[in-house]
Design a protein around this ligand. Structure first.
Ligand code: EPZ
Length: 424
């Protein structure tokens, strides 16, 4: 397995181009199942999770073709759906595979999707996806580790669905399913992450009739048929936030080309409160640490527009070297502090009490061999390594490859001393 070696303490200066958003691209790829026309996605990031989703779609019968013009493009054509099963091996590897459930049911009237099982960051059930789909008329059974779903009569029927809890994935599955259902569906307490809005806009370009985009109530007038479209994926707000934090932890001055303040408002507010300077440029955002060390700020993760759970680990690395203390509270996933023991091995002073971590800033972190069990935890260790004295080796780089395109190249181009050590 590849590793990443970092020698910390170098300032970061320069430009980083933000890639297309992984968590927007994955559901957008699943929309191809809703039509026999071609869906063309532009600005597709080069990531392991994108390859996994493409692999699953190919197994279902979707033709997938990549090309590179000014930006990376993916053409997906589901003229003939040959299979309606998302098998255990693929779903286990990438939970977002469950996003084929809604589109398969809407298009073919049946789907078999493996239950994803546990995950490094929490139990992550899919009960809200299943409850919503049964409210649209699907019959759902859980058998032999699989969700076995079918639609009596072949077509889902619109309904009012009130989510008891905000869920990104359940909102996406229901949005795609309802687009082809008969009649009107209303999703109440829907997630309003920018990735949801991007999905809704793409569906509308395919001929869907979705109102209330960017709000917590989505109204979908079902249509009989969707057509193909060409859609440009939004830039990755989690990647943007991660590099903002790289500038924060490293005495940096970075321009994040393609980064958007609209998608990262809560994070920008916390980082500004801590002392980072953030300004919009005509190409993105400029982030700079200007007045010495940052100061500790309290942060609590929440659904959008709150502070995203996907940036909690990175913020903790930044706070680990800030002046004073910071209380970081995780409200979305119950087990998302796996980076804490590793950060402590690098000299951080962090105590976890239930869902909160008390971070007392230290003057300096020290390099160490580290490893993490998920994507965002791994990148938080990279950030800590950039600021630490000495050498840090981050193991299990495959986590990073799931969600960060050319991470080490982008950072090295701005002055970081970071390299990939290939396995073997
Ligand atoms: C999406 O996961 C993202 N993944 C996650 O990104 C992100 O952390 C998460 O949203 C929260 O923002 C993708 O978009 C592919 P949820 P998702 O359903 O959809 C509970 C990353 O690092 N819940 O909004 O799975 C759930 O357990 C990742 O890129 C239920 O109880 O998240 C959690 O506590 C990891 N029942 C909360 O809701 C359900 O049926 C929010 O989960 C569904 C969810």
């Amino acid at each position: 397995m590849d590793k990443i070696r970092i020698r910390g303490g170098k300032p970061l200066n320069g430009q980083i181009t933000i890639s297309g958003a992984k968590n927007a691209a994955l559901p957008l790829m699943a929309t191809a199942l809703l039509t026999d026309d071609t869906v063309t996605l532009v600005n597709v990031p080069r990531l392991a999770d994108i390859d996994s989703m493409a692999h699953l779609l190919v197994q279902l019968g979707v033709e997938v073709a990549m090309s590179q013009r000014a930006e990376r493009e993916m053409r997906l054509t589901a003229a003939d759906i040959r299979d309606t099963t998302a098998p255990y091996d693929l779903v286990r590897k990438m939970r977002a595979s469950v996003l084929v459930l809604g589109p398969l049911l809407a298009r073919t009237g049946q789907a078999q999707v493996s239950l994803p099982g546990g995950c490094a960051i929490g139990t992550r059930p899919i009960d809200l996806h299943l409850k919503g789909l049964s409210e649209l008329g699907a019959e759902i059974e859980l058998r032999e580790g699989y969700v076995q779903a079918k639609v009596p009569g072949g077509r889902l029927k619109g309904a009012k669905i009130v989510f008891p809890k905000v869920s990104v994935g359940a909102t996406e599955n229901l949005l795609m399913a309802a687009a082809l259902a008969e009649g009107e569906t209303v999703l109440v307490n829907a997630a309003r992450e920018p990735e949801i809005s991007d999905l809704a806009r793409c569906l509308n370009a395919m001929g869907a009739r979705i109102e209330g985009i960017d709000t917590e109530t989505l109204r979908i007038h079902g249509v009989e048929r969707l057509r193909g479209c060409r859609h440009r994926i939004i830039s990755d707000r989690v990647e943007t936030g991660t590099y903002m934090m790289a500038a924060a932890i490293c005495d940096g001055d970075l321009e994040l080309v393609g980064g958007s303040l609209d998608h990262i408002g809560a994070v920008a507010k916390s980082l500004e409160e801590a002392g980072l300077s953030i300004a919009e440029t005509n190409r993105g955002l400029r982030v700079r640490r200007v007045n010495g060390p940052l100061t500790g700020v309290d942060v609590m993760t929440e659904p959008f527009p709150g502070f995203p759970t996907d940036l909690q680990a990175q913020m903790m690395s930044v706070m680990a070297t800030a002046t004073g203390a910071s209380m970081i509270t995780e409200t979305i996933f119950e087990n998302r502090f796996m980076h804490v023991p590793e950060l402590c091995r690098m000299g951080a002073n962090i105590n976890v009490h239930g869902a909160s971590a008390m971070v007392r800033g230290v003057k300096r972190l020290t390099g160490a061999p580290v490893m993490a069990t998920d994507l965002r935890a791994s990148v938080s260790l990279v950030l800590a390594g950039l600021a630490a004295e000495g050498e840090t080796v981050v193991n299990r780089v495959y986590h990073l490859d799931r969600g960060y395109e050319r991470l080490e190249e982008k950072l090295a181009a701005c002055g970081a001393e970071i390299e990939r050590i290939a396995a073997g």
